[in-house]
Design a protein around this ligand. Structure first.
Ligand code: NAD
Length: 495
């Protein structure tokens, strides 16, 4: 195991107007941990009202400059940022691994997704346009797509760098500036993104990072100069964000949790279906909002499916996330690991059968003995009323359920207040489209799972969220429409 030390420019500083700030009063600092080893990685000082205000002021001043640039000029800087990310790919990915615990293979893909997202929106920055509407007598109206102002991004800990890019790229493309608050659990790589934008030539203060948790987040949501809040995190926090934003009638984007269903029909290509179920449950140690954790398998293929899925789950290599061969690293924190393991205990009590995994895991490398590892778990004989089937576990725990008919499985799949994603495996093309039409979920996959190309909108139905990230539609969530009427004749006055 290589031990990466945080160098000066990797510390979770605030980046306000391109100025790095760390220590003020050393009073209420919080520990930040390395999940792979359990060591304290660094300390974080939560930003208070003064720093939040400075960040918003810096962003407001940058907005004045940035919003006046042409789309082409903004695109040029964003493309440069993408090039810098490409050049720093390995360094950023390693920092993500050290702070988050996911495998280096996955962290590289996250960095690539961040880069692609910035490239994609750089392209769209040049295409923002309105509509021309002809009116009687030669008069006309036109619409302009204008930026909102200072946007706030608040991130979760599971995809720290990627979330910061998925929020900032469309915001900046539309001419907004941003203040971003990463999760206090994973505060490091958002600072690297701020450095990237600065190095790419963005105006000072265009993308600021403030550090902290709930209080810092609330200060951002209530700040009168903030025009919009884009949040990724849990449903309970999402509700609070919506409530706080409502005080200032600010639009919100909410990317929240899920308990998504994956439907595997009897005519599926079984090997692909098993691969899909693994992708739907074990990426990022199962800490993925869109995971398909309720795996409904047709009863005719259930025995073979279970045999194959357990065999392949047992073969997943767990351990040092910086090693190329590792496929499952450490969960994000000790309390989170304990919470996930308690879901497995609860499942056993409620009658589910642990087909494999669900135990704490201690890697053979002594440096990793205090890391937050567990063996990926498959639960069999699950029923719809079990806690493991109803609640988001956010860890590597797959619940397998049996079904007999399409109508029955659709009813059971939709029987949840959440609706982030859903998947279906079948060789029958008509059934595939019929089923997705009836699935109540924002992102549906046919014969695959958990792929998120940045060109495609991503987001939830029901309590899984509001708005979308990625794709063209997100431009609408980071801009506002101005309508301009132009009179070519005389005013037809009623007075
Ligand atoms: P969380 O809701 O605890 O925290 C998310 C962020 O909100 C953190 O930055 C946190 O500091 C901040 N926050 C907490 N309370 C706040 C408040 N009162 N005001 C303002 N900010 C506040 O979520 P988490 O534990 O970091 O992440 C896990 C959850 O996120 C899971 O439920 C998961 O499904 C969800 N998630 C959703 C998506 C998606 O795209 N839909 C992606 C990743 C994670």
């Amino acid at each position: 195991m290589r031990v990466l030390r945080l160098r000066g420019h990797h510390s979770p500083a605030e980046l306000l107007g391109w100025e790095r700030r760390t220590s003020r009063e050393k009073c209420n600092t919080e520990h930040v941990y390395e999940p792979a080893t359990g060591r304290v990685l660094c300390h974080l000082e939560p930003c208070g009202a003064v720093e939040v205000d400075q960040a918003v002021k810096a962003a407001k001043s940058a907005f004045g400059l940035w919003s006046k640039l042409s789309g082409m000029e903004r695109a040029r800087i964003m493309i440069e940022a993408a090039h810098i990310i490409e050049a720093r790919r390995e360094e950023i990915a390693e920092m993500e691994v050290v702070n988050n615990g996911k495998s280096i293979t996955e962290a590289r893909l996250d960095v690539d997704s961040a880069r692609l997202c910035i490239e994609y929106y750089a392209g769209l920055a040049t295409t923002l346009a309105g509509q021309h509407v002809q009116l009687p007598g030669g008069s006309f109206a036109y619409t302009r797509r204008e930026p909102l102002g200072v946007c706030v991004g608040i991130g979760a800990w599971n995809y720290p760098f990627q979330i910061a890019a998925w929020k900032s790229a469309p915001a900046l493309a539309c001419g907004n500036s941003m203040v971003f608050k990463p999760s206090p659990v994973t505060p490091v790589t958002a600072v690297l993104l701020a450095e990237v934008y600065a190095a790419a030539g963005a105006p000072e203060g265009l993308f600021n990072v403030v550090q902290g948790g709930q209080e810092t987040g609330s200060l951002l949501c209530y700040h009168p100069d903030v025009a919009k809040v884009s949040f990724t995190g849990s449903v309970p926090t999402g509700k609070k964000i919506m409530e706080m934003a409502s005080k200032g009638v600010k639009p919100v984007t909410l990317e929240l949790g899920g308990k998504s269903p994956l439907l595997i029909f009897e005519d599926s290509d079984l090997e692909n279906a098993v691969s899909g179920a693994l992708m739907a449950n074990f990426l990022s140690q199962g800490q993925v909002c869109s995971n398909g954790t309720r795996v409904f398998v047709h009863k005719d293929i259930l025995p073979q499916f279970v045999e194959d899925v357990v065999k392949r789950t047992r073969a997943i290599e767990i351990g040092d996330p910086l090693l190329e061969s590792t496929r499952m690293g450490a969960l994000v924190s000790r309390p989170h690991l304990e919470n996930v393991l308690s879901f497995v205990d609860q499942a056993k009590k409620e009658g589910a059968s642990v087909l494999c995994g669900g135990e704490p895991f201690v890697p053979s490398d002594p440096k990793l003995k205090d890391g937050y590892y567990m063996t990926p778990c498959v639960l069999g004989y699950c029923t719809d009323d079990m806690t493991c089937v109803k609640e988001e576990i956010f860890g590597p725990v797959m619940s397998v359920l049996s079904f007999e008919t399409e109508q029955e499985v659709l009813r059971r799949a939709n029987d949840t207040t959440l609706g982030l994603a859903a998947g279906v495996f079948t060789r029958d093309v008509k059934r595939a489209h019929r089923v997705v039409e009836h699935l109540q979920a924002g992102s549906c996959f046919i014969n695959n799972y958990n792929i998120t190309p940045v060109e495609v909108p991503f987001g939830g139905f029901k309590m899984s969220g509001v708005g979308r990230e990625n794709g063209q539609v997100t431009i609408e969530h980071y801009s506002q429409l101005k309508t301009v009427f132009v009179e070519m004749g005389d005013v037809d006055s009623l007075f």
